[in-house]
Design a protein around this ligand. Structure first.
Ligand SMILES: *Cc1c(COP(=O)(O)O)cnc(C)c1O
Length: 481
């Protein structure tokens, strides 16, 4: 399996193998990596996969994308990742052996539980595997990496819980001082592992992100101190997420003649991109229902054909904060397929996007093809979220988080009589207590191990919004100069 860049500049971005792109981000020509062709699943394979456990299925699916790690080693890494003790947050009634069980709300409408990992959000599903893959590949090469990132919550904690205690890996995670919830702060800052460094900057999330960009643009520093990243465009994260579309499909059907719709609360388009790829592989996905919050750049595209990334001023802070994006970093992967994999078309479109502009496909044949790819979309706002959380609690007896509520709202607007719909549960309500209290007048339950984590000792360095100060901190911690 070779990987190509969506921008198609083979001089700058020659074809690579899986482990060659594992630790990197963007391709050198500015594009995103995708398999040269999508591996296909046969009917016989689907029949055989139907009864597999999660790790068996993950091995079967991922073996199609990863051919440069010996099969036995890959199997070990996957089985070590998807175990009941990693994906068992103690949720009452949760079937942790299943890793991603379906919770049926009523016949034909279910939640695919993806948030049973250590940080209570679906990002653990891919990030935990990434931790094990990184450690394995670095050890084989005798290399090390210092992961630098900025977070407003979910991504940073998922990365830290995936990388904690891993050999050859350190994590330097910037977060905005005083801007995260006490629970989110406790989740990250209470980690006592020696390879995890929390830095709270006296500013906003954007300030933290700007520092990360500034450090990464200092190529000499980046090389000398082996700075890397684990952002949402990482191909291995997308690949790992393909697996649970298969698992959900089998859970929702009796035979491989049936179709299933998936509703996906979306931000950077990573999660639903994995669904698109599962469909391209031949999984009978009838529909991909994309849900956004008030930051509706993607809903606008699927309704109008116009992709118009927003400025920072136009990007709202909402009660489903992990979907607050101004542009969707994985979107280019889907558009590449939509335009028949013509890199010249992508280059032209993203020349506009990268210059701060937009593109319009409404009068092109591509717009008509959106339906062929199974996509429909919708948006949700704070008032919708409250209503959906209340309804789910009253009618179905479940507490759902704000992001999953966005997915459920748009799913219910797009139900199809001839196939079941699975809403991807992207976080547990315990992560977003304030909005749950606003909707239901009571606090959500917390998984057993997380009671009172706010009282644990915390490890965090507070720094000014100052790139030099952050660099000096990293250098000091690495014991280098
Ligand atoms: C990251 C995240 C999302 C958005 O997922 P994308 O892959 O960026 O589309 C949705 N919900 C939650 C809770 C998240 O953490």
């Amino acid at each position: 399996m070779r990987y190509i860049s969506t921008r198609g500049d083979f001089e700058k971005s020659p074809k690579k193998s899986f482990t060659e792109i594992l630790l990197g981000g963007l391709a050198p020509d500015g594009g995103l990596y995708l398999p040269e062709t999508y591996p296909q699943v046969t009917r016989t394979e689907l029949d055989a996969w139907r009864s597999m456990s999660y790790p068996e299925l993950a091995f079967a699916v991922l073996s199609k994308f990863i051919d440069d790690i010996p099969a036995d080693d890959l199997k070990t890494l996957i089985f070590k990742t998807y175990t009941a003790d990693v994906y068992c947050n103690g949720r009452a009634g949760g079937n942790s052996e299943e890793i991603t069980p379906v919770c049926w709300l009523r016949p034909g409408l279910g939640l695919l539980e993806l948030s049973n990992g250590p940080t209570l959000a679906f990002k653990d599903m891919a990030m935990q595997l990434l931790g094990n893959l990184f450690e394995y590949v670095l050890e084989k090469r005798g290399e090390e990496i210092n992961i630098l990132g900025a977070t407003s919550g979910d991504t940073g904690s998922a990365a830290e819980y995936a990388m904690r205690g891993k050999h050859g890996i350190r994590v330097f995670m910037l977060s905005p001082f005083g801007k995260m919830s006490p629970f989110q702060r406790a989740q990250m800052y209470s980690l006592q592992d020696e390879n995890i460094f929390n830095i709270a900057v006296r500013g906003m999330f954007d300030d933290a992100q700007d520092i990360v960009k500034a450090v990464s643009n200092d190529h000499a520093f980046k090389t000398k101190y082996k700075i890397g990243a684990v952002n949402s465009i990482n191909w291995a994260r997308v690949a790992a997420q393909i697996v649970y579309y298969f698992k959900g499909y089998f859970a929702a059907t009796q035979s491989n003649d049936e179709k299933v719709a998936f509703a996906v609360p979306s931000g950077n388009f990573g999660n639903i991109c994995a669904g698109h790829i599962a469909r391209m592989m031949g999984l009978p996905i009838g529909r991909l229902v994309l849900a956004t919050n008030e930051n509706d750049v993607l809903d606008e595209f699927f309704r109008t054909g116009i992709y118009r990334p927003r400025g920072t001023v136009e990007t709202h802070a909402t009660s489903s904060p992990s979907m607050d994006i101004s542009k969707a970093s994985n979107f280019e992967r889907f558009v590449f397929d939509l335009v028949g994999r013509d890199p010249a078309v992508i280059r032209e479109m993203w020349a506009k996007v990268d210059a701060g502009g937009s593109f319009d496909l409404s009068n092109t044949p591509y717009f008509a093809r959106l339906g062929e790819f199974g996509f429909v979309s919708g948006r949700s706002c704070h008032a919708d979220r409250l209503t959906v959380i209340r309804d789910a609690h009253e009618k179905f007896g479940v507490m759902i988080d704000t992001h999953t509520a966005d997915g459920l709202k748009v799913a219910q607007e797009n139900l199809s009589p001839d196939m079941p719909t699975l809403v991807l549960e992207t976080a547990l309500p315990a992560k977003f207590e304030d909005t749950i209290v606003e909707a239901l007048g009571k606090r959500p339950d917390r998984p057993a191990g997380l009671q009172g984590i706010e009282n644990l000792p915390q490890r965090v360095e507070v720094l000014d919004v100052d790139t030099e100060a952050v660099k000096q901190y990293i250098v000091a911690k690495l014991g280098m100069s």
